[in-house]
Design a protein around this ligand. Sequence first.
Ligand code: NIG
Ligand code: FE
Length: 411
Amino acid sequence: MKLLFTNIKELLQVRETSVSKLSGKEMNILPTIKNAWLLLEDDKIFDFGKMENLPEISADKTIDLTGKMILPTWCDSHTHIVYAGNREQEFSQRISGLSYEEIAKNGGGILNSAKTLQNTSEEDLYKQSAKRLEEVMQLGTGAVEIKSGYGLTKDAELKMLRVIKKLKQNYNLPIKATFLGAHALPLDYKNKKEEYINYVIDEILPAVAEENLAEYIDIFCEQGYFTVEDTNKLLKAAAKFNLRPKIHVNQFNAIGGVQAGVENDALSVDHLEEMRAEDVESLKGSHTMPVALPGCSLFLSIPYTPARMIIDAGLPLALATDFNPGSAPSGNMNLVVSLACVKMKMTPEEAINAATINGAYAMDLSEKVGSITKGKLANLIITKPIPSYTYLPYAFGSNAIEAVYLNGEKI
Ligand code: NIG
Ligand code: FE
């Protein structure tokens, strides 16, 4: 099946040769072709060019996109889409003045979600999660990472990871699974943190690996949660099962999580709302992608990741939603791109690069998605008629997406 798009106002993120990630000044360059055509063959990008050089093509179907643009789908490299119930109560409590940390201390937060999830059947959890996945696909997400971490028992963590596996089987977008057993200390282990870490390492991790349920390992490295020492211990144990780290660090306090990530060759270090000069320094020369989650900063009213400090130091940066019931109940990558521009002073070019190719890198998917490159998956966003690509972050909160294609098929 050959599908041809013609008269594309602007084809965005065109990379003749595939790049794995973009760093520093490179991030400010977004290659495009104005007045373009794009040919898909089956599920892949086959060819593209300028309309004035459109060759004779016998396509099965041709779609005229006058006034509209095409870009690769968003690559959301950090989500907790699989969860049960919601936490609107805590939202109200925060509006009345309690902080995220105070709510967590009173039994809310992650433990609240864990309790709900433990009492939810696998079928129901799948249904609730699939609904959210479908919603973000309509919002232009074409590759996504999903974490466990609301189970906190062997059974419930495996239940979450099996739901992710089922989502992988039933939805035709790349999905990567991350085991986040060390997300919070369950009540049963109060004052017994070491015991819990050992339980995660000795009991849950081998089962996760045995069933091949995860590609990555995560831990919430934060004051009041897990220390750098816990982090090193877990990451080293997970490395034996070939689970590469993608970890929660520097959300509320900079305690050395970035360095632990780099030392353990993390694929990404995520959150980074609190960044010291030495944290930025430690990322230089590493293979670790820093990931910012501005939806969480918006929702919790905490600082935004200092994108300028990171990019101006020559580093790469990716953007993701952190979609979860407590700190970011939205999986809208379009809003994330807007927030990155408005609140983090990223240029539209930097933000689009961060939400596509750099997000792909943070899931080991740069070869498959994240740019308009021959041979990559035809995972595409078709915009409504828009005046320029800057309009996408500019018109925050409005939906500029007309259609989403995954594997060359409209969803
Ligand atoms: O990424 N920080 C840790 N985990 C999630 C929030 C978890 C929750 O509140 O449910 C996050 O922000
Ligand atoms: Fe998160």
